[in-house]
Design a binder for this molecule. Structure first.
Ligand code: NAI
Length: 462
């Protein structure tokens, strides 16, 4: 029986990062993973493969729509779907092998198999029981479907099936206008699929800044995506090659049908804790199936911690990573810390959408006085040159102190631009601090500075 300071269960972005930090802090560490490869949902069937397909399909979109304008003549490339999938698999392989390398480098044992916790201080993998002074559960999440819908991962798919469809469908219905639905809907729309999104609420991307939602929907519609909002999906009837989606419009309760070759169910994810033995251990869970933890990621059972998608908070890889590092530090007797007020969210469509901190809607509800500085990418020279002038940067600052409270960007490289504002917020910066920082010209980042200027005496290029 092997003895460890820490055993991490799950090797997704939360788990593998926690394991590496534990090892770096001198703790003898193992990580349990039952998949063939390390990296969890994110690397194998989530963030990374979807970004590969978004990248490839965006290149096609550029070739079809913008090359000729720049004097790049010739036929737009045709799609070799098999090759595109193999490129995606290659990207996955490079990343998962990278983690294997990092495990070896940090002398972390990979315990292959599915783990359970027979009692505090012990982790069972297959027939072996290992001892661990501390256990970190990083078991992630799984797609949650709706009642009346049976997923077969062929015709009715989650994001996992959508990343390896045997052929590009003619028509796809996406249920849920959240992150997964819009990213994967964009991929197939660019590849020529007719994409119809059905969303329960009256807006896409619930919880996001209202102006961003409107602009985002308009731009996606311009790209060809169609939306049916305020519609509750009732059931999906599927055959071997077709599916019929039945939904009710919430405004008048009328029932409608729609057919497609493939239905993508993207209605959220739920914590995955099956088979860990948490019930028998008496670990407290929330009503939503999340493992309850204290301010230091410890469960109600001493020595058992939990991080990432299986606990409270946004289901985001980088939130899990931050918790993984902080939890490792707490276990090593240091002061682990996560600032939940500054966790960016990004949607990797084109244009990208990114946000951090509070929305105007939240501030209004809280009765807090704020001001807004907004700058359109139309006024950004670099964006114009790159056919990327759709969208804007919006910075929200405290009305009295000018301290930045949130930022919402839709536009080119929004997912990268947002981090300048995250750093500013971490340092408690004011909009003026950003506005007084010299930004290189010509860059997209100038739009961030202009939005900060717009919080004060005004933007220059508007
Ligand atoms: P989501 O929570 O973002 O969106 C689900 C959508 O489905 C909501 O708009 C909801 O109103 C709608 N919906 C629910 N029931 C419905 C019904 N009966 N009929 C029609 N619409 C219905 O969930 P999603 O997109 O599945 O993503 C899951 C998680 O994965 C999220 O937490 C997301 O943040 C994360 N993720 C993050 C990514 C990123 O950071 N770029 C990429 C992919 C996933």
């Amino acid at each position: 029986m092997a003895q460890y300071d820490v055993i991490v269960i799950g090797s997704g972005p939360g788990g593998y990062v926690a394991a590496i930090r534990c090892a770096q802090l001198g703790l003898k560490t193992a990580c349990v993973e039952g998949r063939e490869t390390l990296g969890g949902t994110c690397l194998n069937v989530g963030c990374i493969p979807s970004k590969a397909l978004l990248h490839a399909s965006h290149q096609l979109h550029e070739a079809e729509h913008n090359f000729a304008k720049m004097g790049l003549k010739g036929k737009a490339p045709s799609v070799d779907w098999k090759q595109m999938l193999s490129y995606k698999d290659d990207v996955i392989g490079q990343n998962t092998k990278g983690i294997e390398f990092l495990f070896k480098k940090n002398k972390i044992d990979w315990l292959k198999g599915w783990g359970s916790i027979p009692e505090a201080g012990k982790v069972k993998v297959g027939d072996d029981v290992h001892e661990a002074k501390n256990i970190i559960i990083a078991s992630g999440s799984e797609a949650s479907s709706l009642p009346g819908i049976k997923i077969d991962e062929k015709v009715v798919v989650t994001s996992t099936g959508a990343l390896e469809l045997p052929k590009i469908p003619k028509k796809m219905i996406v249920i849920g206008a959240g992150v997964i639905g819009l990213e994967l809907g964009s991929v197939y729309s660019r590849l020529g699929t007719e994409v119809q999104v059905i969303e329960f609420l009256d807006t896409i991307t619930p919880g996001m800044d209202g102006e961003v939602q409107k602009t985002f929907q308009r731009l996606l519609q311009k790209q060809g995506l169609k939306f049916t909002l305020g519609a509750a999906v009732q059931k999906v009837d599927a055959s071997k090659s077709k599916a019929k989606v039945t939904y009710k419009l919430r405004k008048d309760d009328s029932e409608h049908d729609m057919d497609a070759d493939v239905v993508l169910v993207a209605t959220g994810r739920r914590p995955y804790t099956d088979g860990l033995g948490l019930d028998a251990l008496g670990i407290e869970m929330s009503q939503r199936g999340q493992i309850k933890t204290d301010g230091h990621w410890q469960t109600n059972v001493k020595g058992i911690y939990a991080i990432g998608d299986c606990i409270d908070g946004p289901m985001l890889a980088h939130k899990a990573e931050d918790e993984g590092m902080a939890c490792a530090e707490v276990i090593a007797g240091k002061a682990g810390h996560v600032n939940y007020g500054v966790i960016p969210g990004v949607i990797y469509t084109h244009p990208e959408v990114a946000n951090v901190g509070q929305t105007e809607e939240q501030l209004k509800e809280a009765g807090r006085a704020y001001k807004v500085g907004k700058f359109s990418f139309m006024g950004n020279g670099r964006a114009k040159a790159n056919f990327a002038a759709d969208g804007f940067v919006k910075i929200i600052a405290d009305k009295d102190t000018d301290r930045i409270l949130g930022a919402h960007i839709i536009g080119p490289m929004a997912g990268d631009l947002i981090h300048e504002i995250c750093v500013a917020m971490e340092f408690g910066a004011s909009a003026e601090d950003l506005a007084l920082t010299c930004h290189a010209h010509p860059t997209y980042s100038e739009a961030v500075r202009e939005a900060a200027l717009a919080c004060g005496n005004g933007a220059i290029h508007m």
